[in-house]
Design a protein around this ligand. Structure first.
Ligand code: NAP
Length: 296
């Protein structure tokens, strides 16, 4: 039975996830690059470590929840990285969204040290992380997943084994194609509704119960109507995911016209210094095109 879990990366997602592990009764050893953030989990009973290697040395399972492929490479394979401390038969679970190819490379390096890796990216946003309601798509060996199941159950509800290392990240990219297209439709629909002069709250209520219902509509629609652009999921990170999707699609020779369009629309926000806003800020781009603000 896994008792001690390491956690690296206490950002928007990592912080509530680490807290949920503590609530579920795991001993947590935590590391964050900006050290001040560790204090918040220390107050809830976690132990702080000075480096990713020091985390891995003390636990059976180490979770990484950082930004992008180079960051996972750095915290796992870099100086003072997890690989320097990982126990034989230890498990590294990367829950960040990164490239499937880099995932397979990192998994192979860990295998060379007698350790295992699971790629286990998540969907459900900050709210899903807080409410222990994440959907988790897992790539790696089924037996390793089985061993780590109680850890996953402390973080999410739908835990699906989707294949070998890299498959979890590939499924996450599938998820992000769906997210990008759906949110674009939500934003276009709200700008259209505003121009038509209909009641925005009533519109949202009416369409949220039918065939157009979606997580994006239910969670981000009300925030758009209020003009609340605080990030659950930052534009900057969605652009990273869209880049990963389009790179994979290029290798696979799959045309993704809708996803490419959303990537370009988000670039408008990047160019105007708004990449730290939440993804719902996509509506601002459509608002600029139409000259209408989709507020209630
Ligand atoms: P975030 O708030 O920006 O947090 C990123 C975390 O990673 C921070 O703790 C940061 O440390 C750490 N980090 C980044 N680069 C690092 C490096 N090179 N070395 C060490 N630490 C590093 O991002 P987030 O929203 O939690 O997202 C984390 C991952 O989850 C991303 O891959 C994202 O795509 C994915 N994700 C996010 C959501 C969401 O709704 N937010 C949903 C699903 C999946 P510092 O504190 O020092 O900056």
């Amino acid at each position: 039975m896994v008792k001690r879990v390491g956690f690296i990366g206490l950002g928007i997602m990592g912080m509530p996830m680490a807290k949920n592990l503590l609530k579920a009764g795991f001993e947590v050893v935590a590391y964050n690059r900006t050290p001040g953030r560790v204090r918040e989990v220390e107050q809830e009973g976690a132990q702080a470590a000075a480096s990713p290697a020091e985390v891995a040395r003390q636990v059976e399972v180490t979770i990484t929840m950082v930004t992008d492929s180079p960051d996972v490479r750095q915290v796992v394979l870099g100086p003072n990285g997890v690989i320097e401390g990982v126990q034989p038969d230890g498990v590294v679970i990367d829950m960040s969204t990164i490239s499937p190819k880099v995932t397979r490379e990192v998994a192979a390096r860990l295998r060379g040290r007698g350790a295992h890796m699971l790629d286990a990216p998540v969907s459900g946003g900050q709210r899903g992380a807080i409410n222990r309601a994440l959907a988790i798509m897992v790539g790696g060996e089924a037996a390793v997943l089985e061993r780590c199941l109680p850890v996953f159950q402390a973080l999410g509800q739908r835990i699906v084994h989707v294949g070998p290392n890299g498959a979890g990240q590939t499924v996450k990219l599938v998820n992000q194609i769906l997210v990008a297209g759906t949110l674009n439709a939500v934003c276009e629909a709200l700008v259209f509704a505003k121009r038509a002069g209909i009641d925005m709250e009533a519109t949202l209520q009416a369409v949220s119960g039918g065939a157009a219902a979606s997580w994006q509509l239910e969670n981000l629609g009300p925030r758009i109507l209020k003009g609340d652009f605080a990030p659950g999921f930052m534009v900057r990170l969605q652009q990273k995911d869209l880049r990963l999707i389009l790179e994979e699609a290029a290798e696979l020779s799959v045309p993704l016209p809708g996803t490419s369009l959303v990537h370009q629309l988000y670039r408008v926000l990047e160019a105007s210094g708004e990449a730290e806003l939440g993804t719902q800020a996509l509506v601002k781009v459509l608002e600029r095109l139409s000259g209408i603000e989709a507020r209630a």
